[in-house]
Design a protein around this ligand. Structure first.
Ligand SMILES: [Zn+2]
Length: 339
């Protein structure tokens, strides 16, 4: 069985994005557009590309998450983003209800500037308990975008996020961390650099923030996965760990557990999960060594061009045991999402 842990609902009916655009445009005037009415037929039509892709590539099941760029943690306000999150999450729920053998859903959270992250806990609870979604996709940070007038960085170690982690733990919900709203993009106007340089940095920032902030220590049952093979983190673990040892005064100020202890060791798999989307066999080999096959899950990032062109081909090409391939293609994500 092949389960794709990294698929986005990019083909929502046009009315949905038109609503969001009008909603954001109307904020300064205090206006709110009417919610779009989307029919089941529109939903069926919207996922035909994904169904065709599944059939062509032999994928049995796709974990369906919102499009990261549309979550908009850095725009809108509390009420607007709550409405937006509910709309998007209800649509994902309806896709999964119409095609229960093809899609399993995760939700987005109404994280937004100036709004207590505790508000996200309620939406996570609604999505897990009422809609049957398996967890949430969140960004690598919340509301830290100077382009939108925000400079108060809220990385994933921020204490304000504790209600979200706590709710995820209690609900047994998985958290998929996906980079967006990339740092330093204002310095990267060319060569698609925000996607090539800043995205992997964002993911490493999220992982380092959670490790050094002691999030995994405080929430021992929390299950978190990071997109794109953990971004820059795996290849810089030596530097990160070295810094932890030589400058504990700054690096280990809040958590005295070595970063390497969060990776596979002494027969134990890593403390958190990553997807396999690396485009390079040597990089995936390193990832498997650092995390263990039990913590690496096949992810395609369909339909984006930075996704794997022939999803699954990299894993297929690896000289590893068939059992290990099976683990990467389905076993890990089953455990991560409790499927
Ligand atoms: Zn993605």
């Amino acid at each position: 069985m092949i389960i794709d842990c990294h698929g986005h609902y990019t083909t929502v009916a046009k009315d949905v994005q038109a609503f969001r655009d009008a909603q954001i445009a109307g904020l300064s005037r205090g206006e709110s557009p009417k919610l779009p009415q989307i029919s089941d037929d529109q939903i069926r039509e919207s996922v035909q590309p994904q169904l065709a892709f599944q059939a062509a590539r032999g994928t049995d099941l796709t974990i369906f998450s919102p499009r990261a760029s549309s979550m908009g943690h850095h725009v809108g306000d509390g009420a607007a983003n709550q409405q937006w999150a509910r709309l998007c999450n209800d649509l994902i729920h309806r896709v999964c209800t119409l095609y229960p053998t093809n899609f399993v859903g995760v939700c987005q959270l109404p994280q937004s500037p100036g709004v207590p992250p505790a508000n996200s806990a309620a939406e996570l609870e609604r999505c897990v308990q009422k809609l049957g979604l398996r967890g949430a996709e969140i960004g690598t940070h919340v509301d830290a975008n100077p382009n939108f007038g925000r400079v108060d960085t809220l990385n994933l170690d921020n204490a304000a996020l504790q209600p979200v982690w706590s709710a995820a733990e209690e609900l047994d919900a998985a958290i998929f961390v996906h980079p967006w709203d990339m740092l330093g993009s204002e310095r990267m106007p060319k060569y698609w650099l925000p996607w090539l340089v800043a995205m992997p940095a964002e993911t490493s920032l999220a992982i380092c923030s959670m490790i050094f902030g002691g999030v995994f220590e405080r929430f021992p049952k929390l299950r978190v996965a990071f997109a794109h093979g953990g971004g820059a983190f795996p290849f810089t673990i030596g530097r990160v760990d070295h810094a932890f040892r030589v400058r504990p005064d700054v690096v280990a100020a809040e958590n005295t557990t070595s970063p390497r202890r969060y990776l596979a060791h002494d027969g134990m798999p890593a403390r958190f999960y990553v997807d396999s989307l690396l485009h390079d066999a040597d990089a995936l080999k390193l990832l498997l060594k650092l995390f263990g096959a039990d913590r690496v899950a096949f992810g395609s990032d369909y339909p984006f061009s930075l996704g794997e062109t022939h999803p699954g081909q990299l894993i297929e090409s690896m000289k590893i045991h068939e059992k290990e391939k099976e683990q990467l293609f389905s076993g890990t994500v089953r455990e991560f999402l409790r499927l």
